[in-house]
Write a protein that binds this ligand. Structure first.
Ligand SMILES: [Zn+2]
Length: 496
């Protein structure tokens, strides 16, 4: 027995010594790998109670979209991109998340955000109703309303915020405060539906009752009557004649419509801010009068952080999804960078000791990366060949078997389909794929090539990643169901 112990010890120390003696031990890759190992060995789980929870959701930003964003951000800083680390990618904990809905293999953004906000999977196209509710059927609302994480946090004395680059009444932010049989009932419900109100009305009600304390994003047209000008210069859309902006203001809520207004708000009354009539601008097109996602994040944390009991804040980069639907990869990656800038800021403004930060997506898209590209190939352009020597890609474009180059980023379906409708109504590609130049591919408005024709590219059911740090972040590991996110958040804020 003694002999065995000695030989095990000898074997262990021989293995430890062995790594240092390898011929590759002086390589930077090797020493970096050893440093990464040491960092993991030094890690201590945080088992304190979370005072604050910040849930970041980049809409439609699955693992492939995230890869694209990483390369874009790294290449913008002059690097190859592959080795770049986005702020959330430096977080210690990671899980893969299964995003399907109760009745949908490919999810939409309403039940996915709802799962994170209630702890149960939900049905396609409805928000925060139980499994017996039916989409578009108002009669199934009663008795199926779920209790929300925001309501629980508010009851526990915490403050709540929802910020987004989409309309505030759009699915992901709505999941913080709304319950509806149809995610599209943003400013009206069917005439015979008395069981619930429209989503915009639910938001103003949540601000008035104190369930939500700050809400920032786009979508003012759904708060203003038809025929009445919105604060953003467009026209209202509400058919019921109710002016929710005026109603909110008369109930003590600060209403702001641009960055200057947001900067001038005080921290003693709830804040409702909307910069646009529909979705806020893509980051690539955002005027200076409109706050960025990071600007909104700073304001929300400053405001919510006053509460000594803590807060729950959901932050959505909503337009990553929209650019992907348009197969306009460049705007998606620019919004992806704005998202990670907001993550970095939130991390900087909060304390890892008492703040659980979760960074995830609600679902993936039908997006895919082509190959075989050499290092440094611009992620927003054409695929360049691998060079035989050195590191950087060669000057040769990689060609398809049709002799034409292709972009790194592609989509399986979308508006840029190579199958074009002909005079006889059939979809064919008699000329084959269009030629693409690098200049065309890198244009901000470039639409990637895809196969199946679709006016709006679809989501996909592929897993998304979840990055986490702070109290109980280590509970995020392995492959989890999306509704588990709620359970970890809830455990973290109540842990003894
Ligand atoms: Zn979408």
């Amino acid at each position: 027995m003694k002999l065995l112990t000695a030989s095990v010890l000898a074997l262990a120390s021989a293995t430890a010594a062995f790594a240092q003696d390898l011929p590759q031990a002086s390589s930077q890759w090797f020493t970096d790998g050893q440093a990464a190992l040491q960092e993991k060995l030094n890690r201590q789980p945080n088992t304190g109670r979370a005072k604050n929870v910040i849930l970041f959701i980049a809409d439609g930003n699955g693992v492939a979209s995230n890869y694209m964003n990483r390369l874009w951000a790294g290449q913008q800083e002059g690097g190859m991109g592959d080795d770049y680390v986005q702020p959330q990618e430096a977080f210690p904990n990671l899980a893969l998340v299964k995003t399907y809905n109760i009745n949908a293999q490919t999810p939409d953004s309403a039940p996915t955000a709802g799962a994170m906000n209630t702890g149960v999977k939900q049905r396609f196209n409805l928000i925060n109703l139980g499994e017996n509710a039916i989409h578009d059927d108002c009669s199934t609302v009663a008795g199926n309303e779920l209790t929300l994480f925001s309501e629980m946090m508010s009851d526990a004395g915490k403050s709540v915020g929802a910020i987004t680059t989409a309309r505030l009444t759009h699915a992901t932010p709505a999941a913080v405060y709304a319950k509806t049989a149809n995610r599209n009932w943003e400013d009206e419900v069917p005439a015979d539906c008395s069981a619930q109100t429209d989503i915009a009305s639910q938001l103003v009600n949540a601000l008035e009752t104190g369930v939500v304390d700050i809400a920032l994003g786009g979508g003012a047209r759904y708060f203003v009557p038809k025929g009445t000008a919105t604060p953003n210069g467009g026209e209202g859309h509400r058919p019921d004649g109710v002016n929710l902006v005026e109603m909110a203001q008369s109930n003590g809520i600060q209403y702001v419509s641009d960055k200057a207004g947001l900067d001038a708000t005080t921290n003693d009354k709830p804040i409702l801010g909307m910069w646009t009539d529909s979705h806020a601008s893509y980051e690539a097109d955002r005027p200076e009068t409109e706050p960025s996602l990071a600007d909104m994040t700073r304001k929300a944390i400053d405001y919510l952080g006053q509460n000594e009991n803590g807060f729950y804040l959901e932050i959505e980069a909503g337009r990553v999804d929209h650019a992907n639907h348009d197969t306009n990869a460049k705007r998606a990656m620019i919004d992806g960078k704005a998202f990670s800038d907001a993550v970095a800021l939130a991390d900087e403004l909060t304390d890892d000791a008492d703040t659980l930060i979760i960074v995830t997506a609600d679902h993936e898209h039908a997006i895919a990366m082509n190959g075989y590209c050499g290092r440094g190939t611009p992620i927003d352009g054409l695929c360049y060949d691998v060079a035989q020597t050195g590191i950087m890609h060669s000057d040769d474009l990689v060609l398809g078997d049709d002799g034409k180059p292709y972009t790194v980023v592609g989509y399986l379906n979308g508006v840029g389909s190579v199958m074009v409708e002909q005079a006889d109504g059939k979809f064919t590609a008699p000329e084959g794929r269009p030629e693409i130049t690098q200049e065309e591919a890198q244009d901000i408005d470039y639409v990637q090539q895809s196969l199946i024709p679709k006016s709006s590219e679809t989501h996909s059911g592929v897993d998304v990643a979840l990055y986490a740090k702070g109290p109980w972040a280590h509970l995020f590991d392995g492959t989890i169901e999306q509704n588990v996110i709620f359970h970890v958040m809830d455990y973290a804020v109540t842990a003894e």
